[in-house]
Design a protein around this ligand. Structure first.
Ligand code: KIV
Length: 264
């Protein structure tokens, strides 16, 4: 039985932490699911960690659908959340509902995630009215990187903090089932978390959120371009992979592989 929206809200009520990680392909999704992570996000971060783009802006709805299908196929227990990419919901309410519908109907996602606050309330209400669970995303919203001028801490000055807090309340009223809070001060995240009935899922937002999310490639040490302060590398997988591939190359070149054990 998959983790559902009901389980998500129950975890908040019962003060149990919610776990979320990204995954974009079959082997990683299978491992994340087997580890018992509650929610898997097919994030638009795939634009950077899988496709090698500088930002999350280029990824398309069709590409998110392709990866979400694979992640759904690979998993049994986790709730699979598909990110709505840049320009798939900003232009119109109709676009937003149509694209959210594709992520559920064609890809098999159990929820969708949208970045933004008061400016996308109509879209959130319409997607929710179409019976699709929505997860909000406030604070550092990477799709706004051009306006923000980089990936910077948000909500530092009181007016900014107040706006994020107000947006969180508006998102809850519009029907979102959880809110991702990215790169905001821990005190602000705590304040928002305590003022909401729905869970908050933090990334660079301190320990007081109801749950945590990370990009799996960051956690495993597979993304070498930059490491934000909030990322804990649990492994240096890139180094391990590089070592193994170099050893293979050397053994082939020396005629040591395949040896008797690996030959017929
Ligand atoms: O795209 C993504 O991976 C995300 C997480 C960083 C929350 O939105």
């Amino acid at each position: 039985m998959r983790f559902t929206v009901t389980d998500l809200l129950a975890k908040k009520r019962e003060k149990q932490k919610i776990t979320m990680l990204t995954a974009y392909d079959y082997p990683f999704a299978q491992i994340v699911d087997e580890a018992g992570i509650d929610m898997i996000l097919v994030g638009d971060s795939l634009s950077m960690v899988i496709q090698g783009n500088e930002t999350t802006l280029p990824v398309t709805v069709d590409e998110i659908i392709y990866h979400t299908k694979i992640v759904v196929r690979a998993t049994k227990r986790a709730m699979v959340v598909a990110d709505m990419p840049f320009m798939s919901y900003q232009i119109s309410v109709e676009d937003a509902v149509r694209n959210a519908g594709r992520l559920v109907k064609e890809a098999g996602a159990q929820a969708v995630k949208l970045e933004g606050g008061r400016e996308i309330i109509r879209q959130i209400k319409a997607i929710t009215e179409a019976e699709i669970p929505v997860i909000g995303h406030l604070g550092l919203t990477p799709q706004a990187v051009l306006r923000m001028g980089g990936y910077k801490l948000q909500g530092k000055i009181p007016e900014q903090a107040q706006r994020i807090k107000e947006d969180a309340i508006l998102l809850q009223e519009a029907g979102v089932v959880a809110i991702v809070l990215e790169v905001i001060p821990s005190g602000l995240a705590k304040d928002i978390t305590e003022s909401l009935e729905i869970p908050t899922i933090g990334i660079g937002a301190g320990v007081n959120c109801d749950g945590q999310v990370l990009v799996v490639h960051d956690l495993l040490g597979l993304f070498e371009k930059f490491t934000p302060k909030f990322v804990k590398k649990y492994l240096n997988l890139r180094d391990e992979i590089l070592k193994a591939i170099k050893q293979y190359k050397e053994e082939v070149e020396k005629g040591e592989f395949p040896d008797k054990e690996h030959s017929f």
